[in-house]
Design a protein around this ligand. Structure first.
Ligand code: FPP
Length: 237
């Protein structure tokens, strides 16, 4: 294996946490048991990314489409998210800056307050940026960015000619962060599923045949090694 100290240094990684339902079904458990285990894996992989010197990590926790799931399942996922917010995790100890991606206005007001508070308290932390996408969709994010820029034009703060890729990037939830070097999707699926459509323009896709609740630190090592083997040319030679 490459030098463990450096092989992930400065990387930006998107992770689609997938396969919780199948993991539970395989064990004759309710789907919510898969999400519970998935939330534990999420916390461990976050710590590991931190240890590896990853610059930014983006977790897809709940999509704008996930509201269509049965009420009990949506409630269970939101409860896990709420517990996580309350615990406040190790943000400060680990020096992480936390950013929540997505439309939080649809979430419970007490969750929204906690999210604002956590973002505020961690905004000057200098370690890894931990992004958590909740009620997030890539298309709604682009629509929101277009609207923000249109409003700026309307207020006379910018001209239409000043709307370029940099301006749009700066209007995304991920403002100021490096685009993901690769997007990891466990559970064998090969879709982006509306995750980071704008930012994933040049990202490598790394699919793995392991369900998220079974995902280990070693699996992340394998994903990073796979990414490091691929050469990226950004359309050039
Ligand atoms: C996808 O698996 C997973 C989700 C839709 C929910 C992910 C949520 C968590 C891991 C817990 C809450 C998050 C935090 C940040 C604490 P799936 O249910 O679509 O799996 P399947 O394809 O096997 O049915």
């Amino acid at each position: 294996m490459a030098d463990k100290e450096h092989f992930a240094q400065g990387l930006s990684i998107g992770i689609i946490m997938d396969g919780n339902g199948r993991w539970a079904k395989q064990r004759g458990l309710p789907r919510t048991a898969g999400h519970k285990r998935g939330a534990e894996v999420f916390q461990d992989i976050t710590r590991y990314c931190n240890e590896l010197g990853v610059e930014s990590v983006f977790f897809y926790a709940f999509s704008t489409e996930n509201w269509k799931r049965p009420f009990e399942e949506v409630s269970a996922i939101m409860k896990l998210f709420g517990e996580y917010l309350h615990k406040a995790f190790d943000y400060q100890k680990e020096n992480n800056r936390v950013v929540f991606m997505g439309d939080r206005t649809a979430l419970e007001p007490r969750y929204q307050s906690l999210m604002d508070e956590i973002e505020g308290k961690t905004q000057n932390n200098t370690g890894m940026t931990l992004n958590i996408a909740v009620n997030y969709g890539g298309r709604p994010e682009i629509v929101r960015a277009a609207r923000l820029l249109a409003e700026k034009v309307q207020r006379g703060e910018m001209s239409p000619e000043q709307i370029d890729e940099a301006a749009l990037s700066a209007a995304m939830y991920t403002r100021g962060q490096k685009d993901p070097d690769f997007i990891l999707r466990p559970s064998g699926e090969k879709r982006l599923s509306n995750f980071m459509l704008w930012q994933a323009a040049y990202s490598e896709m790394v699919e793995m045949d392991v369900l998220w609740p079974d995902f280990t630190r070693h699996d992340l090592d394998l994903a990073i090694e796979e990414f490091n083997r691929r050469s990226r040319r950004f359309g050039g030679l």
